[in-house]
Design a protein around this ligand. Structure first.
Ligand code: B1M
Length: 212
């Protein structure tokens, strides 16, 4: 299994979506666990891509291709990852904050929340504070979930929380934040109700909120 995982990692980095899908199917067919394939093959690939991006070994078009390939792998894994209980746990409004186009982690969070019985209103990327607020009201959401991947866009989380406070929504809406540069300490500082280290942790926090 370690060999297949390593091959999957290399295919994401190389941006070979077709072969990657075949390999992920093969990994599942030979008894591989979806969460393990995610943790040990797909996520490490994006870490390597990130390092190479930083050192200038990979350029944006190559990173984009790797990201698309990662998404193709995630699509294959989705039905296996999201097979949690199907209760109606409540409604979450989810999005990547304004100015930020990264959506792989946010999509993963959405998928796992759905799989755990939450109704997920996914607003996509580059979501403004006003749009988070509007969607929370329109959907009577109990949780607003924000993702940020850039240090430069993290302050948009605070801006959104301020907006929700001004709109009088802070009594009824819990706020959950996450993303690679975000920490539990930062979440506390900006007045969020919770921080998710990863998608599974985000679901745990959302369940705690729903339980009251
Ligand atoms: Co960008 N990028 N990128 N990028 N990119 C990073 C984030 C970076 C760390 C790379 C690097 O330099 N090492 C760096 C940020 C540096 C910083 O801010 N300190 C960076 C940069 C600089 C940029 C640009 C500025 C590059 C440029 O144009 N010069 C640019 C910005 C564009 C913009 O957003 N305005 C840019 C662009 C892009 C692409 C478009 C090419 C592409 C995104 C494609 C896409 O998302 N569809 C991309 C990618 C792919 C990355 C890396 C390589 C991978 C991100 C990823 O998908 N990881 C990334 C390096 C890295 O993170 N290692 C990088 C996999 C994903 C599953 O993890 O999103 O962290 P992640 O989600 C995790 C947790 O964080 C958590 O759960 C998930 C795991 O289960 N989580 C939550 C996420 N959201 C959550 C919400 C929650 C709870 C948990 O509750 C609500």
């Amino acid at each position: 299994m370690a060999e297949i995982n390593e091959k999957i990692t290399q295919l994401v980095i190389a941006g070979d979506g077709a072969l990657l899908e075949t390999m992920v199917h093969m990994a599942l067919d030979t008894g591989g666990n979806a969460a393990t394939i995610l943790d040990q093959a797909l996520l490490p690939a994006m870490d390597i891509v990130g390092q190479r991006m930083k050192t200038g070994e990979m350029f944006i078009p190559e990173v984009l291709l790797a990201a698309k390939t990662m998404e193709a792998g995630l699509k294959v894994l989705t039905p296996f990852l999201a097979e949690g209980e199907k209760s109606n746990a409540g409604t979450c409004v989810l999005g990547t904050v304004e100015g930020d186009l990264h959506d792989i982690g946010k999509n993963l969070v959405g998928m796992m929340l759905s799989g755990s019985g939450f109704k997920v209103i996914d607003l996509g990327i580059n979501v403004t504070a006003a749009d988070f607020g509007k969607a929370a009201v329109e959907n009577n959401a109990g949780i607003v979930c924000m993702s940020a991947l850039l240090t430069t866009t993290m302050p948009k989380m605070k801006q959104t929380i301020d907006h929700l406070t001004e709109a009088g929504l802070r009594e009824t809406v819990k706020i959950l934040v996450g993303g690679a540069p975000v920490t539990a300490e930062y979440a506390r500082e900006i007045g969020a109700d919770g921080y998710g280290f990863n998608a599974a942790d985000a679901v745990e926090k959302a369940k705690e909120f729903a339980a009251g």
